[in-house]
Design a protein around this ligand. Structure first.
Ligand SMILES: Nc1nc2c(c(=O)[nH]1)N[C@H]1C(S)=C(S)[C@@H](COP(=O)(O)OP(=O)(O)OC[C@H]3O[C@@H](n4cnc5c(=O)[nH]c(N)nc54)[C@H](O)[C@@H]3O)O[C@H]1N2
Ligand SMILES: Nc1nc2c(c(=O)[nH]1)N[C@H]1C(S)=C(S)[C@@H](COP(=O)(O)OP(=O)(O)OC[C@H]3O[C@@H](n4cnc5c(=O)[nH]c(N)nc54)[C@H](O)[C@@H]3O)O[C@H]1N2
Ligand code: SF4
Ligand SMILES: [Mo]
Length: 905
């Protein structure tokens, strides 16, 4: 049996994965690595489905150039590399190093990231390399640096488990970091006295663990946190000796906090929370020494995200709750290698190995690299970088492992920027992303399973991603591509980019962290600087810093345990902050707050998760969650389509009534791009308001309007893969078009105003199988009633089906899906298709809750009612739900709780 230890390519939890197969030509399967310290064998629904992502559709496998007429042509590596190198060389020669840029990603490996940064900052000689981590945790980085003088995350997963109080602020841990969430649940089961507070405007799945949920008014967290600091001071719960010995700025910070959030009634009113709940939170925090505050995008993605981070850190400095087990301020990272990117200096305003643009650091980095053109000042941050492309200052950009046309705010402006930029190079695995449409050169990169290197997770643990597959076609590792371009831009750079393997890149990076360090910088990998190829291959998960101890042993040390930080005077800083609220103002024209974020089973633009049928069963469509009160007010009906807009643009999403939303705010998931939906990319309506310190955009509190989309018709289609050639999403009618990958089938959800003059004729031309197949059509048309049903059969088997109706009520999709496996279709089946519904309704499982075992909500409710189930474990025993990855357990519990209250009323 083959077995390879690697690391999950999704979130920053950084779970260890075992890829295994029984026979050399057998199928690979995955399971959690029981020996990895992050997950100890667990995986969430996305990790557990990794084996189903090994053969990605639309995989980019050849270097590709766009011709003058816009057409794409594949080419060989030599020509593609030469085109990129020449483009960059000539642009630099003519317009200077500041006229070119890289835009990279927390989904690169550390080795890729290291070389891209070295090339830009040491050799090209500018610092215009920024990363999608700018959209993700640059505010946390800035907050840590202001407080500690270094970007140090001083908390581990163990600390979370050892804490007596965990405050989760702006983090939907249950969905975004599910294995950390599972560890929290297990910790609470072992120590029921552990307490959890969740601060989030929505009642999320994370609230399942909450002893207290504070559904805070969007954007007002600083008020609440400042109020807590004042409360701590009033109650005499400041750690005076710690503050005196190790902290600057205490008095000014407490004064600012008092000024900002006068008394608890005032805070309650402005945060929209009950006084008693705030009091309870304050009392718990005051009384609990072992507290961890974990935060994520609910704070970071804000035009005052840096201040919000410092508002959290201030609490821990004031109470001395840092550098000791079970306590600390924890910004959890999003992407698998967000932390690695921070280490190698992937942000435009920092240098490699946690160094800054100070004269001493510039000099040190330059000497280490023997850099011919060392950058001397910070480069442009993501939003500004795209602005500079738009106005012509940046004339060549190289984008790696990210999809800015989808993920940056204000998509219209970003597309204009990409359009305006004379040379756009894109390193990708997927050939069809929104950004690929703008690329002049597409470079095929290895992806998970093929790539080989290291990533660092949220708790600073470095793990190996190991290859167990051959890369398809011409795909190559990202670090290799960078090194090849570097030596072609200037042949004299060849030795500086001459690396036989990723191990040699890693060694150089580790040496750089140790170079003239002597305890002056937190990031120190001296203990890994001399790894042999075999040592690197075998490297077990290792938390930094890793110093070289005596006898060649590696030593790890606890940061901040001695109360010494990395500022010049080794003292931490408390930072006075005040509440600035959301960047965009609510007005009568824009009366609602649009919140955006993640779903449990999808990853960003869905290039990896979208093609996996079972990951689409949980949530398949772009929905807008609306509180029933707002729905009534803005005439939005569940199941119908809403328009959501503002000055930036407009999107369409299906309305989902949800009393777990805060009144006045909407939630739209971020995942839909042009790949999967016609007009549901949420960044079309997000303005690029950024934090003045970090440059991170605000993604969670956009002021918008919402109104019904006046659909004249709704449509549903199922198309069997391969048998027919379905038109691309763009070829279907309707403004609202979404494609959802099922098992062997694609489902389309449609709605529109204009319609084809004759639906049946449209279907017969567009949905016809290849001409040589004997086909048969089943048709029903009621033009007056606006109803059409058409199905195509080949050799008695169903190939495609399209239903159109004036009403939004969806046909029974489960029944329609099952018909595709009937061979041939019976007379009754055909009669049912004509009738639009089964004569004998089958069991409708309802929306899928457990993606691993495909268990639907109706099945669960039935089991709860008939078996008198009171907890998730019993429900698992009789339905299997939640017994594999456990990601749906919060929803199972919610369902049970709801059922119990409903039946007892
Ligand atoms: N399934 C899945 N997991 C992922 C990802 C994914 O795409 N899919 N992406 C990964 C990445 S890159 C990241 S960065 C992380 C993000 O992980 P999270 O930050 O946990 O995820 P989000 O859903 O973006 O937002 C978190 C919460 O912030 C809340 N929020 C919004 N406004 C406010 C506010 O004003 N105050 C407070 N207190 N809360 C607010 C939202 O309601 C939301 O529930 O997830 C990672 N994990
Ligand atoms: N409205 C809104 N917008 C947001 C957010 C939000 O909460 N709300 N969150 C923001 C955050 S936190 C993040 S992190 C971003 C994420 O946004 P993006 O980075 O744009 O998201 P992905 O879809 O993960 O893009 C990664 C791309 O890299 C490709 N890829 C995967 N592996 C490799 C590899 O090894 N090499 C190369 N070259 N390519 C690879 C994938 O095919 C994919 O297209 O979105 C941000 N945008
Ligand atoms: S929690 Fe899930 S997505 Fe995140 S690393 Fe672990 S298995 Fe992957
Ligand atoms: Mo992120």
């Amino acid at each position: 049996m083959d077995s390879v230890r690697t690391t999950c390519p999704y979130c920053g939890v950084g779970c260890g994965v075992l890829a295994e197969r029984q026979a050399p030509d057998g199928e690979w399967s995955v399971r959690g690595d029981p020996d990895h310290p992050a997950n100890l064998g667990r995986l969430c629904s996305k990790g557990a489905a990794l084996a189903e992502t090994l053969d990605l559709p639309q995989r980019l496998i050849e270097p590709t150039l766009r011709g003058a007429d816009g057409t794409l042509e594949t080419t060989d590596w030599e020509s593609a590399l030469e085109r990129v190198a020449t483009g960059f060389r000539e642009t630099i020669a003519e317009h200077g190093p500041d006229s070119v840029a890289f835009y990279v990603s927390g989904q690169l490996l550390t080795e890729d990231y290291y070389l891209a940064n070295k090339l830009m900052k040491g050799y090209i000689g500018a610092a215009n390399i920024d990363t999608n981590s700018r959209l993700c945790m640059s505010s946390a980085v800035a907050a840590y640096k202001r407080a500690f003088g270094s970007d140090t995350v001083p908390v581990s997963y163990r600390d979370l488990e050892q804490a007596d109080l965990v405050v989760l602020i702006g983090s939907n841990t249950a969905w975004a970091h599910p294995v950390v969430f599972q560890r929290l649940i297990a910790a609470k089961e072992a120590r029921p006295e552990m307490r959890f507070v969740v601060i989030d405007p929505r009642r999320t799945a994370t609230c399942d663990i909450a002893d207290l949920h504070l559904p805070i008014a969007p954007g007002t967290d600083i008020l609440l946190l400042n109020g807590l600091l004042a409360h701590l001071a009033d109650r005499g719960r400041i750690d005076r000796s710690f503050v005196e010995a190790h902290v600057e700025g205490f008095d000014a910070t407490v004064e600012a906090a008092r000024h900002d959030s006068q008394d608890i009634e005032n805070i309650a009113q402005r945060c929209g929370l009950p006084v008693d709940d705030i009091q309870r939170f304050y009392d718990w925090f005051t009384a609990t020494e072992r507290s961890v505050s974990l935060w994520s995008q609910g704070l970071n993605q804000s035009a005052s995200g840096t201040d919000k981070g410092n508002a959290v850190i201030n609490l821990h400095l004031a109470t001395g709750r840092i550098g000791k087990p079970g306590m600390g301020p924890f910004s959890i990272t999003g992407q698998p290698n967000a932390m690695g990117g921070r280490e190698v200096g992937g942000l435009a305003n920092q240098l490699a190995a946690h160094q800054d643009f100070t004269p001493a650091d510039i000099d040190r980095v330059g000497r280490f690299w023997q850099a011919p053109n060392m950058a001397t000042e910070p480069g442009l941050k993501a939003v500004d970088l795209f602005e500079a492309m738009r106005d012509g200052r940046i004339k060549a950009v190289w984008i790696m492992a990210t999809n800015p046309a989808f993920s940056l705010p204000d998509s219209t402006t970003v597309r204009e920027a990409l359009d305006a930029c004379p040379l756009v190079v894109l390193s990708e695995c997927h050939g069809g992303t929104d950004t690929a449409g703008f690329a002049d050169v597409l470079l095929p990169a290895n992806t998970w399973g093929e790539r080989d290197g290291t990533v660092t997770n949220s708790e600073r643990c470095i793990s190996r991603q190991r290859a167990f597959l051959d890369a398809p076609g011409q795909a190559r590792p990202d670090w290799w591509i960078v090194s090849q371009v570097a030596r072609r831009i200037d042949p004299s750079w060849a030795t500086a980019f001459d690396f036989p393997d990723s191990a040699s890149v890693f060694r150089e990076y580790a040496r750089q962290t140790a170079f003239e360090n002597a305890g002056s910088r937190d990031l120190d990998l001296a203990g890994l600087a001399e790894l042999s190829r075999d040592d690197y291959q075998a490297l077990a998960p290792t938390r930094w810093p890793v110093q070289a101890g005596r006898d060649g042993e590696r030593e790890t040390i606890d940061l901040f345990a001695d109360g010494r930080f990395f500022t010049d005077d080794r003292r931490a800083r408390m930072i006075p902050v005040d509440n600035r609220g959301a960047a965009s103002a609510l007005t009568p024209a824009f009366p609602l707050r649009l919140n955006t974020g993640r779903l449990r089973d999808q990853w960003h633009g869905m290039t990896r998760t979208g093609p996996v049928p079972r990951l689409n069963t949980h949530r398949g469509e772009p929905t807008v969650s609306v509180h029933p009160f707002d729905a009534a007010r803005y005439r939005l009906r569940g199941g119908q389509i809403a328009r959501i807009g503002n000055a930036q643009g407009e999107i369409l999403a299906r309305v989902s009534l949800d009393d777990e939303q805060r009144r006045g705010s909407l939630f739209v998931p971020m995942h839909w791009s042009h790949l999967t939906a016609s007009r549901s990319g949420v960044n079309n309506v997000i303005a690029s308001d950024t934090d003045p310190v970090s440059g991170q955009p605000e993604f969670k509190t956009q002021a918008v309007w919402a109104e019904p989309y006046a659909a004249h018709w709704y449509g549903w289609a199922l198309v069997c893969e391969g048998a027919t050639r379905p038109p691309a999403l763009a070829g279907w009618p309707g403004d609202y078009r979404v494609v959802i990958q099922g098992a062997g089938l694609q489902r389309l959800e449609l709605a529109g105003i204009d319609a084809p003059a004759d639906w049946i004729a449209w279907a017969q031309t567009e949905l016809a199988p290849p001409a040589d197949t004997a086909r048969q059509w089943i048709e029903f048309a009621d033009p007056k009633g606006g109803q059409y049903r058409v199905a195509c059969l080949a050799e008695g088997r169903l190939q495609s089906v399209l239903f159109v109706s004036r009403r939004s009520r969806r046909p029974d999709i489960g029944w329609l899906t099952d018909l595709f496996s009937h061979a041939p279709l019976s007379d009754q089946d055909q009669a049912d298709l004509l009738a639009g519904k089964p004569a004998t309704p089958g069991e409708d499982r309802g929306p899928i809750v457990c993606a691993c075992f495909d268990v639907g909500q109706n099945t669960l409710i039935d089991a709860i009612d008939t078996q008198q189930i009171t907890d998730a474990r019993q429900l698992g025993e009789c339905t299997q739900a939640g017994t594999n990855c456990g990601s749906c357990i919060p929803e199972l519990k919610q369902l049970i709780a709801r059922r119990l209250t409903e039946t007892s009323n």
